[in-house]
Design a protein around this ligand. Sequence first.
Ligand code: NAD
Length: 257
Amino acid sequence: MTKKVALITGAGQGIGEGIARQLAKDGFEVALAGRHLDKVQRVADDINKDGGKAVAIQSDVQYKDQVFDSVKQTVDQFGQMDVFVNNAGIAHVAQICNTEEEDLNKLLDINVKGTFFGIQAAAQQFKKQKTPGKIINASSIAGHEGFELLGAYSATKFAIRGLTQAAAKELARDQITVNAYCPGIVLTPMWDQIDEEMGQVNHVAKGESLKEYLKGIALGRGEEPQDVANLVSFLASEKANYITGQAIMVDGGIKYV
Ligand code: NAD
């Protein structure tokens, strides 16, 4: 592969960590952005030890200047950027009628505005370089169907699907593709949190909510970050050059769209 550089947000754990490790294996030089520098640094150090090229960047995606700065730091370090993965996101469990405005704002700021700023910052850099580029966003099964107790979260993941389509149309003339991945029930710290909060709302023990959701997966197991990373690896590769504006399911058979 000729030199390629990818920036992944929220790369300190879970799906983002899986994507960063996979893209490094694919030959990308990777910039790992995250709110907590120590977490992204740990993953970057591991990748470097394994012979890859990785750098850790502190960046909170809800702040536009920090997102643009993470792209600048990536280019300062590696000389270019070719792929931007808008992975960072948060979940919140509550009935719509009980959702606090503060929690709603946090979800919108991180999941929607963070992705919006990521698209802006990546597109600006690709246009400056006059090279094709790939933007890959984290949607969800909850971006295709609204889930009970995840109303505000679902709204943000639907929004990301809409943004993906609009950005794909606007940026195609610059040979920039924009796609999204839609995981199902991925066994990451996010689902530990969802399980615990659903348990509190429904008065069921820790682990029970997750168990119920896992029953609905046709392939009979929970999803691993690697399952998502495999799709992102494809979307980031030249094999996906003719795909844009899509939000692709990777859920082991939960939703059929
Ligand atoms: P996670 O909570 O395990 O990890 C998310 C990472 O994003 C963390 O490292 C966190 O520090 C970082 N992050 C959070 N807010 C940030 C901010 N403001 N700025 C920068 N980084 C921030 O979650 P995950 O399960 O790995 O999920 C990754 C993405 O995939 C999210 O967008 C999530 O909505 C989406 N997703 C997850 C699942 C799942 O089942 N886990 C399913 C569908 C979609």
